[in-house]
Design a protein around this ligand. Structure first.
Ligand SMILES: Cc1cc2nc3c(=O)[nH]c(=O)nc-3n(C[C@H](O)[C@H](O)[C@H](O)COP(=O)(O)O)c2cc1C
Length: 213
């Protein structure tokens, strides 16, 4: 039995989000393959995820110097407690399903805040002599992303930094990353929206079967 983190990074409710609709379909298909798996859903826009700010940096500095929580200011303690919990939860999980929109060629800021909370030196990766080494072994991830334009080909191909970032940072932490499910061109070609949705659902079904293996 695997522990699956389903990470939704979209303030829109599910019915108003292409990525969330396809993400839900993916999860339902996945659970048909793996009914016994435990799924924990994180709706990042309903959570209080700290950004790395002065409190977080000074809290980390105090930890490095060996201070206990009794030496922490309230802000440092509250923010580091949340970050530590998120990191522990991430490390304990076996599989990750990331669901996000493409925003300004990248990921939503709250998803970056989440990555910053879970990508922690000596927990999820370490620096060795040969360079950085991912510590999250035997784990799998997939990213489901919706975007208005077309970035899979043509002149915009190299401009997409959202899916590329998620895949790269997960790899960096040692996670095995499956092919992403991308729903693209959703506003560029409104006449083809039904075809796009049908294709995305089929892609989600196929990807879920591979992800369950
Ligand atoms: C703030 C913002 C920035 C966006 N930036 C891009 C972009 O860079 N490229 C793109 O193709 N679509 C962009 N879009 C459009 C979204 O990717 C598109 O609406 C997509 O369907 C969002 O995913 P969702 O339907 O799951 O919410 C942007 C939308 C918003 C609100």
């Amino acid at each position: 039995m695997s522990k699956v983190l389903y990470i939704k990074a979209n303030p829109n409710p599910e019915e108003k989000s292409f990525s969330a609709v396809v993400g839900r379909i993916f999860l339902n298909y996945y659970l048909k393959e793996k009914p016994g798996d435990e799924v924990i859903e994180l709706d990042l826009y309903e959570m209080n995820i700290p950004f790395i700010d002065r409190d977080v940096l000074s809290g980390w500095e105090k930890l490095r110097q060996g201070s206990g929580f009794e030496d922490f200011a309230l802000g440092e303690m509250l923010k580091l407690t949340i970050i530590n919990k998120l990191a522990e939860q991430f490390i304990q999980a076996d599989k990750y399903i990331f669901v996000s929109p493409l925003w300004n060629l990248g990921i939503p800021a709250l998803l970056k805040a989440y990555v910053d909370a879970v990508c922690i030196v000596d927990k999820s990766f370490k620096y060795a002599e040969e360079g950085p080494v991912g510590l999250l072994k035997d784990k799998k991830a997939i990213h489901i992303q919706a975007r208005s334009g077309v970035f899979s080909r043509g002149v915009t191909k190299d401009c997409e930094l959202g899916d590329r970032y998620i895949r790269t940072i997960l790899n960096f932490m040692g996670v095995q990353v499956a092919d992403s499910v991308i729903i693209e061109s959703v506003h560029q070609t409104p006449g083809q929206i039904d075809d796009i949705k049908t294709r995305a659902m089929e892609q989600a079904r196929e990807a879920s079967i591979i992800f369950a293996k």
